[in-house]
Design a protein around this ligand. Sequence first.
Ligand code: FAD
Length: 403
Amino acid sequence: MVEQTHAAHTSISRKAPLPAVSDLYNIDHLLSEEERMVRDTVRKFVRERVLPIIGTHFEAGTFPRELVSEIAALGLLGMHLEGYGCAGLSAVCYGLVCQELEAGDSGIRSFVSVQGSLAMYPIWAFGSDEQKEHWLPRMARGEAIGCFGLTEPDRGSDAAHMQTTARLDGDAYILNGTKMWITNGSIADVAVVWAQTSEGIRGFLVERGTPGFSTSNIHQKLSLRASVTSELHFSDCRVPVQNMLPNVLGMRGPLSCLNEARYGIAWGVTGAARTCYETALEYAKTRIQFGRPIAGFQLVQNKLVIMATELVKAQLLALQLGRLKDEGLMHPVQISLAKRNNVREALHTAREARSVLGANGITLEYPIIRHMNNLESVFTYEGTDDIHTLIIGQAITGENAFS
Ligand SMILES: Cc1cc2nc3c(=O)[nH]c(=O)nc-3n(C[C@H](O)[C@H](O)[C@H](O)COP(=O)(O)OP(=O)(O)OC[C@H]3O[C@@H](n4cnc5c(N)ncnc54)[C@H](O)[C@@H]3O)c2cc1C
């Protein structure tokens, strides 16, 4: 018995292959062949099509719109939805796609998250048959772009008290109000807009060009620069009754969309963290100071070890969350835990990785400061770090500390 235990112990320690530096826990081994294939396809796309252009777009403050048709051709728009031309992939596949896209840039992942989780999902889950038939196939093909209007200038975290109104008037709703910080806003063909009605909060599909609906872009952003962020203005905007999402009432509508998107973020930021860690590791191995590579100094190794450890932990959290989602067992509190932890740690990784590169870390020649600045937005959107702390705090204590 003692010998058997000893044999088992030695076989584990001696035969296990040396793990890859970016996958110290061999998480690859936990994925199916299909999941690995989806991940590798998107990784290749990012390497070949995103990385060569993203720094220039970030610097110019432009969204690489030329990539939309290619992203659509890969089946990544609404990929986790069934039917209507959507790929119907598992939650884990969706997560892996977000991870690889955000290894390129959070702006690209944001585009895909908004299109699939915040614009297509509510139409798919709460729309009429006509709305689904009209929008979803075109959105899956990238021929129509969507956005999600929840946040307002004076109602951010407290979105339930939104001030935008929709008043029923014959065969139309009259929308008035302003939405702010809306990803894809000015390039969207359809805006999913949440507004107060006499019955409670409802969602509306507002088409570009509807009289009374206008957009303006938010400038001077130093984060998510390769992503369009806009304001949506509604001034007595008449939206036909048949453009209202009929199958949801109240905050359950927007919150269920946010759950979908937050799930993708929990995965996505592991990609950004991986890129920062890999860049810092490579740099540390070749940068010579005091006559030796800086990777040989204990303080630098400590930073790299923390990055590698947090990457493993974040990926395992995301994967377990995905497995729970695929089994229909995912709870919103688990999403909050993963979103909060993984964004925090990705941001910390980016900052530490930036310091490993010294002065070189502040230029766009390396991807780190771009990721670092992007992650500041990711820390804030889709529920700030504080709001997720309160959600988890309430779940474990039973006490509401929101207000
Ligand atoms: C680049 C970008 C893209 C975005 N895209 C979209 C989009 O597509 N659609 C959309 O609807 N929105 C979008 N947003 C908006 C985003 O969701 C909001 O910024 C976010 O919800 C926070 O709202 P706020 O910025 O108004 O901050 P506030 O709610 O004003 O919060 C300010 C600070 O106060 C803290 N705080 C607030 N309430 C509490 C509390 N009860 N207890 C403790 N602390 C509290 C917050 O954590 C934060 O630190 C985007 C934002 C950015 C930056």
